[in-house]
Design a protein around this ligand. Sequence first.
Ligand code: SOE
Length: 401
Amino acid sequence: MTERVGFVTMGIAESSDVEIPALGVGMLGYAFMGKAHSNAFIKMPYIFWPPPARPRLVAIAGRDQKAVGEAARRFGYARTYRRWQDLVADPDVQVFDNGAPNDLHAAPCIAAAQAGKHIICEKPLARDAAEAKSMLDAVEKANVKHSCAFNYRFVPAIRLARDLIEAGKLGRIFHFRATYLQEWITDPEFPVVWRLKRNRAGSGALGDLGAHIIDLARYLIGEPREVNALTRTFISTRPSASRPGTRERVDVDDAFISMFDFANGAVGTLEASRFARGRKNANRFEINGEKGSIAFNLERLNELEVYLPDEHGTREATGFTNVLVSESYHPFWGVWWPHGHVIGWEHLFVHEIHHFFDAIVNDRAVAPHGATFVDGYRAAVICDAILASAKGRGTPVKVTY
Ligand code: SOE
């Protein structure tokens, strides 16, 4: 279905006769990521106007029929399914979006690839590298577009950081130092939800938060050749979420700390924890190079701390500059507002969905700025290496894809 875009009566868009195709979307999952992705599907076409394609919300699926029905009404999906198999079989679905828990990433994505759907799947791609590889093989065999939703690649400040590094502004990179800190399970009475179970999530803070900073390490610095690490589970049993009145063992990490030896000679320290009291969603990194440094904090997502002494300031007045990344010439900013009118966490998904739809409609590569299933697989290999090192009391483990 396409639509002619004529003169908009409110005069808010240039009259044009550009044809806008539609792409049918099938969404698996209706909770946190179902909401974040659905919000992006709805916003993308009028923020990136004219869009590469208009998302058509064909169907949403999930096990709780009442909750899925409510989500369909709330977001505007035409149909609902209880079984993901029916969603990926729907001929009107051209883009399959997997926002389900990690144990429901592989089978639905492999089936969707075999059905010829383009696929965006939430991170981590899978529970381990072997499962991730089976997904990568399926999408490559089906020759469909694929993306692993590492949404932080679509922060304007992080894309600016990558541009600065790529332009050689920092010169040779010495350090990548990243922490991703939250606090949401510090209470011992917080129940064992799916993110705390190995058979559902694959790992704990490592795959949930660590995967993000591992992906950013690869996107900004390059490939690690060896890692060593330790993991810790601070609270070993919690109330069961599925069997009230009983307690369950926690079989995933609450935190990990690691060292990265990058192939380009840089060194890194990466850690993530869900026990950092006071830290809400503190994904932070600092990069030190021969010509200067940059630092980012997700809790101040429109800002980038930049220290480039050769580029600005006098020797006496040189130090880190806090750049508000909102100028018209900054990444993504052309579609938003005048400078200083900042954006939020939800808008990263709008950028991400636009990037994926543009890749589909105009047959462009998702990489390097969008993460693909190759990136999802490589992050899984690195997570496995971190767990292997931790199991071996911190012995170094080589990273081989
Ligand atoms: C929970 O830890 C969570 O929602 C992660 O799953 C997301 O990937 C992260 O962006 C925010 O925190």
